[in-house]
Design a protein around this ligand. Structure first.
Ligand SMILES: [Zn+2]
Ligand SMILES: [Zn+2]
Length: 478
């Protein structure tokens, strides 16, 4: 197990830090991450981290200390974030409960540090107290696909949980979930186990039955125990899963990950033994690289389509060889689509579009309207799928069912186009407004049955369709 958030640099541990750490290792703790708080404590923290290979750290300025966050100090955060055992930016965030610094300043310092994390490709440990809305708004704004973060000591509502999960958040729980008056059971139950990490937040938040005492990392198993109860999962599995998640999240060494995967099939006692054996080699092991979560990940979606269809016809009189062309602009079209996303960059769309050409009636070419129905299959190649606005190229083929001059014809065609769409994450899934310009070229021409343009001689009509489509798609959550 990994205590992903313990302030063991606090003065409460100055007298017995070595003994306290020994108890943690004996209890099966494989690694501890110490977040930083005040710049004045950076050096002490670093010396503790250097004392044991199982201890890692975050670097950042806590919202309590936002008043101290000068440009010089923020530069120091960025510079020292490159130190070997720094695995995160944090803890940073907002705290409106204590309100030690003005809100606007807190927000500014939070944002600046989120951008340090993005530049340095480090995950972020986020502190949030009584500031749900502002924390989420900033994260929603800053999430461009490159932000990997954990909401530590999560104590907010299910609604906030859902918004955070949509943004790719990891959720870390601490001792307060074991308290009798805790209201977090439902929240824990709704958090996917693979997004959960455990922490003590030592020396505070001591879990039951040690509540009232100083908290320390050896107690972190009690938090896992509570999660196991709520998820009706064996404790060994929660310990292994949270260890794997934390190792990947903080890019700790492969040794811990391997030990944890291995331990899924063996007992909890063996877990601590195996990982202790692996631990000595951990510096030689390669780091686990993990792909950040796409904030706009999608699978199946449904779409509504509206737009305009412009038909360009070239008419060839078969006897005289005379050619001319005409077009019908701005015909209304509407339809439905089904979307499937294979990988971030590749989506498929099956669509049905219905378009009526009334202009043949108003132009007095023919007494009844022409009807064109497009049944299409297309692939969409997305250039930048992790951004709020994405650009794509599309191509595919269609079957076009026509009723032209009261004759039914079926044509095969190929289509291609370009477009863009926006991604809006909501509580009920991803909403995607989309605009697309597409051309559809049938392989074959149709015969004009009534010699409309060529006196008494038959005519061949070649067509292409230029479709301007606007739509909205909905990718529900699964
Ligand atoms: Zn905190
Ligand atoms: Zn903390």
């Amino acid at each position: 197990m990994i205590d992903t958030h313990a302030h063991i640099d606090a003065e409460q541990f100055d007298d017995d830090r070595a003994e306290m750490l020994e108890r943690a290792w004996t209890a099966g703790v494989e690694a501890i991450v110490i977040p930083s708080i005040a710049p004045s404590g950076f050096d002490k923290l670093q010396s503790i981290v250097e004392s044991d290979k199982r201890i890692y750290r975050g670097i950042g300025i806590h919202p309590h200390n936002a008043n101290e966050a000068t440009d010089v100090l923020l530069e120091r955060v960025e510079k020292e974030s490159k130190l070997e055992r720094v695995v995160a930016i944090g803890e940073i965030g907002l705290d409106y409960y204590y309100d030690f610094a003005p809100k606007d300043l807190q927000k500014d310092v939070f944002r600046k540090q989120l951008n340090i994390a993005k530049r340095q490709e480090l995950p972020v440990i986020i502190h949030n107290r009584d500031s749900d809305e502002d924390v989420l708004a900033i994260l929603e704004d800053e999430q461009d696909g490159n932000l990997k973060f954990v909401l530590h000591c999560f104590s907010s509502s299910i609604d906030i949980l859902n918004r955070a999960l949509t943004l790719g958040a990891h959720i870390s729980f601490t001792g307060n979930i074991t308290y009798k008056n805790s209201t977090l059971a439902e929240v824990i139950a709704r958090t996917p186990i693979e997004r959960i990490m455990i922490e003590t937040d030592s020396p505070y938040m001591t879990p039951v039955p040690n509540r009232g005492k100083r908290n320390e990392p050896s107690f972190v198993g009690l938090v896992a125990q509570k999660i196991a109860e709520i998820h009706s999962t064996p404790i060994d599995k929660v310990l292994s899963m949270t260890s794997i998640t934390a190792s990947k999240f903080f890019r700790l060494t492969l040794g811990i990950v391997l030990a944890s995967i291995f331990s899924l099939s063996i007992s909890g006692t063996a877990l601590s033994q195996t990982s202790r054996d692996n631990r000595d080699n951990e510096n030689e092991e390669e780091e686990m690289e993990t792909e950040p979560v796409n904030p706009y990940a999608r699978t199946f979606g449904f779409g509504l389509i509206m737009g305009t269809n412009t038909i360009v016809e070239s008419i060839e009189c078969l006897e005289t060889g005379k050619r001319e062309s005409r077009s019908y602009e701005g015909l209304l079209l509407y339809g439905l689509s089904l979307e499937y996303c294979l990988i971030d960059h590749l989506q498929f769309e099956a669509s049905y579009i219905y378009s009526v050409n009334n202009k043949v009636v108003t132009d007095k070419i023919w007494p009844t309207p022409n009807v064109h129905q497009f049944v299409s299959l297309a692939a969409r190649f997305v250039a930048n799928p992790r951004k709020p606005v994405c650009f794509f190229a599309t191509g595919g083929s269609s079957i076009i069912l026509n009723r032209i001059f009261d004759q039914n014809t079926v044509q095969n065609s190929f289509n291609f186009g370009i477009g863009l769409y926006g991604n809006i994450n909501t509580g009920f899934g991803l909403i995607v407004p989309i605009a697309e310009l597409k051309f559809d070229f049938p392989f074959t021409s149709t015969q004009d049955p009534q010699e409309i343009k060529c006196g008494n001689s038959p005519a061949d009509i070649g067509r292409f369709y230029s479709l301007v489509k606007f739509g909205v798609q909905w990718y529900p959550k699964f």
